[in-house]
Write a protein that binds this ligand. Sequence first.
Ligand code: CU
Length: 457
Amino acid sequence: MKVIIFLFICVIRVTLGEVLPIPPLLEREEGVFHLKVVEGKHEFFQGIEEETLGYNGDILGPTLRVRKGDEVEIHVKNTLEDETTVHWHGLRVISAMDGGPHQVIPPGATWKVRFPIEQGAATLWYHPHLLHRTGPQVYRGLAGLLIIEDERSEALKLPRDYGVDDIPLIIQDRRFNSKGRLEYLTRPEDIIDGMLGDTGVVNGVLAPTFSPRLGVTRFRILNGANARTFYLRFSDNRTFYQIATDGGFLEKPVGRRELILSPGERAEIIVNFTSSDKDLQLRDGDYTLLTFMPGREPGEVEKLPKELVKGAESIDTSKLKRRYFVMQGTGRSVNINGKQMDMRRIDEYVKLGETEVWVVTNSSHHMGMGMMMGGQMGMMGNIPHPFHIHNTQFRILSRNGLPPSRWERGDKDTVLVSPGESIELLVEFRHVGLYMYHCHILEHEDMGMMGQFNVSR
Ligand SMILES: [Cu+2]
């Protein structure tokens, strides 16, 4: 019976090809965005209902689109029986509005926030950030996009018709058992690697199809996975153009064939489609995430702008204060600088508006094949960690002493640090209060790979 069910699932996996759902743009009601955290039912596989979580719906959340200079008001009602929080990932905002572990929304309560949008055009996102319990809530479906537009993004000749030629892609992975039910932290290696799935999910569905217009389409890609780093390529290995990093535009479009995104990171890319692109696929390694079926309608944007934004000026960093963050340990012992998250301890004190260099090292070293809990052989200690800092957009100054690649020279809030790597970041904070820095593998974060810094005058 089990075999039959498994085969049945495999057949659905190959043939489903659901149309890519686009998270709706949330309209303001009397100037206020209303988000309701709700329990839902979602069918990843036809006929198999899964208990999920969503904002205003069964899974994921609507897209909030705002403009630089806006005063934004958001009311988040928690209808769950559990606590939650909503963190605006990538946003420069005062700590009381940040939505970290200190801003718990009890069951039945409504959290009201109001803040100005002070930063430029970017694709940010929102998700829960409960102490020790972020992973399961995101895994069940809580994530959504927050798009900022500004004068520059509106003036540039780029596709920006949301859902038509400006397409959000929330890429995640999930693991299902033989009955097609979601599994979470069921294997010993999940404690080491974080929760890695075996099935890709895009905007909440498996292996969807999308019909782009002919010509160029923009994709705003979020790695919303708990732990998996995606190595994205097109099936024909074509060149596409990256135009933005986590926090905004790159100086110029950068031609690429592969986009590596770790959990929490975003990128905006431009892809050119022709009528002969039937069956083109977006893949992670050999795994097909999304299949394209170009339509016949020509797109509106033909050529990419040569320059997107002015590049950042180089500054002398030799006299700046340096802080060191070493990510180490494996499994339940993951830590930063030898410490695990403690709400009662402030790890770093930072001065408002002061530019600093944060040196982030992943000292997990390769110890070869080893026996893991449960008796399986696995890689021990060879774990990459995406490092995320709240309330800022930083610049990567160097990777292992070398200048960052051209596609990493934009504003960032999350950076992948591979084992043995050391990365220098140029950071600066414009709001006071208590904030987090942490690994964005959510199970690592939940196990304590997080610290607190206080920004003051
Ligand atoms: Cu980690």
